[in-house]
Design a protein around this ligand. Structure first.
Ligand code: NAP
Length: 303
């Protein structure tokens, strides 16, 4: 059967699951849908999707079930009554931790199925556009079998059999994304606190964010420094950058704007200074951040 007419199932009809269903329907697939709150399927059914009465009916309607849920607990809540997943592939595009994703792969395998984990890197309205891409990892045969379908949602970046990797890459991107968004709002609040022009400031901040890769240099060089534990450079030392981090905290206090975010950054610079990195490049914060991991793992934390 050509892949474009293969029956598919989508469970979880938030903005993401709805956008996925529309794209799969538009490509000619019969799509069965199920959602805990049934009304979220109404518009999709009008567009041609088939509403399943319960999760078991949805899963048995297709070899491939795509999950788009808040987290992996929702997967257990929905699939637990279905004891036999033999021959079925679950592509779970929900956010969660890498370890919970690995446990879920074992759980699905224990029921005879295959789990491919994924992380979509664009918001729902951008799904299916040239800009859309998603990370995948897990069962390689199942991924290859269903890649033509997944490519309808966006380009695919398969990271290998270790099912945790897609979540890790997704979370790594979101780590930067969420911190950048929050810092942009903090900066706008600082400007507004003195009656400054938020609109002009934001235009400048957008420009600044785009300039960051040129300021810090090629990613391959940064990676080599981080992996090699080398932090050369006199232009952007921990002492200089740490002083500015302190000024942002003080400016926040002066203007009554929340200080939690800049405090977290200043703490990293303070720890790097205390560890003797004051004259090193700002990248030596990497050693401070990793030391926390070593402390949790019970490894001596000598920096
Ligand atoms: N939206 C984005 O821009 C975006 C971008 C990239 C990745 N993602 C990821 O994609 C996933 C879905 O995102 P979304 O924006 O569509 O989320 P959403 O609007 O929060 O939808 C979550 C879905 O999970 C269902 N759900 C949650 N807990 C459940 C439970 N215990 N039992 C049954 N169903 C449950 C909800 O059902 P109800 O409708 O009944 O509440 C809903 O269908 C998330 O993991 C998100 O991190 C989203």
């Amino acid at each position: 059967m050509p892949v474009t007419t293969t029956a598919l199932t989508v469970i979880g009809l938030g903005p993401m699951g709805q956008a996925m269903t529309r794209i799969l329907l538009a490509a000619g697939h019969p799509v069965t849908v199920w959602n805990r709150t049934p009304a979220r399927a109404d518009a999709l059914v009008e567009t041609g999707a088939t509403r399943a009465s319960e999760p078991a009916a949805a899963v048995t309607a297709s070899e491939l079930t795509i999950l788009s849920l808040t987290d992996y607990q929702a997967m257990y809540d929905i699939l637990d009554p279905i004891e036999d997943l033999t021959g079925r592939t679950i592509v779970n595009l929900s956010s969660d931790t890498p370890e919970r994703t690995a446990s879920a792969a074992d759980w699905v395998a224990g029921r005879g199925g295959h789990l491919v984990a994924g992380g979509v890197m664009v918001p729902a309205p951008m799904l299916g556009t040239d800009a859309a891409y998603a990370y995948y990892s897990g069962d390689p045969d199942a991924f290859r079998r269903w890649e033509p379908v997944l490519r309808l949602l966006g380009s695919t970046r398969f990271l290998g059999a270790d099912v945790r990797l897609a979540q890790l890459f997704y979370l790594a991107n979101l780590d930067v994304f969420l911190t950048t968004l929050a810092s942009m709002l903090h900066a706008a609040a600082l400007i507004q606190s003195v009656g400054g022009p938020v609109e002009n400031a934001l235009a400048d901040l957008y420009e600044h964010v785009q300039l960051i890769p040129s300021i810090i240099g090629p990613s391959a060089e940064l990676a080599a420094d981080l992996v090699g534990g080398s932090h050369p450079g006199e232009l952007s030392t921990v002492t200089m950058m740490g002083a500015t981090a302190g000024h942002i905290v003080e400016a926040s206090v002066e203007s009554g704007v929340g200080r939690g975010l800049p405090d977290a950054i200043k703490n990293l610079y303070d720890a790097a200074t205390a560890a003797g990195h004051g004259g090193d490049n700002w990248t030596s914060l990497f050693e401070v951040i990793k030391a926390e991991h070593r402390k949790q793992a019970g490894v001596p934390t000598g920096l």
